[in-house]
Unconditional design. Structure first.
Length: 125
């Protein structure tokens, strides 16, 4: 859980990335898997998020997600292992395998590894 004052928030909205500055209009939106970024003073932080919702109201941004990972807390080795396990499950093609869940696991692990390799830096920053 994170509670912080921010000068700018970028959300991975279902319809595309949405930037939020103070004074933004009220809104509720569905979030897709992606990178949530925020800037507070000179500090920039990034989280990998996986689905959820966001509400913007009175200069507050409330984000409710199923899963979030701060770039610095991601283990590349753990994500590689998750990807390998999910790919192995897909290659077996057993009827007990949830293909959609395995594909989601692969996408999530790859996104976390990409964010970890960037070091949680915002592109262009």
């Amino acid at each position: 859980m994170q509670n912080a004052a921010a000068d700018f928030v970028a959300l991975p909205a279902y319809a595309g990335e949405m930037g939020i500055l103070p004074g933004h209009a009220k809104a509720v939106m569905q979030l897709s898997a992606g990178v949530l970024r925020y800037k507070s003073g000179g500090e920039k932080r990034e989280f990998a998020v996986f689905g959820g919702f966001a509400e913007i109201f009175n200069d507050d941004v409330l984000v409710l997600v199923e899963e979030a990972a701060l770039a610095g807390e991601i283990s590349s080795e753990e994500q590689r292992q998750k990807t390998a396990k999910a790919k192995a499950s897909l290659s077996k093609r057993d009827s007990d395998i949830n293909i959609e869940l395995a594909e989601i696991e692969i996408k999530a692990a790859l996104m976390k590894m990409k964010m970890k390799n960037r070091g949680g830096r915002t592109p262009g920053a």
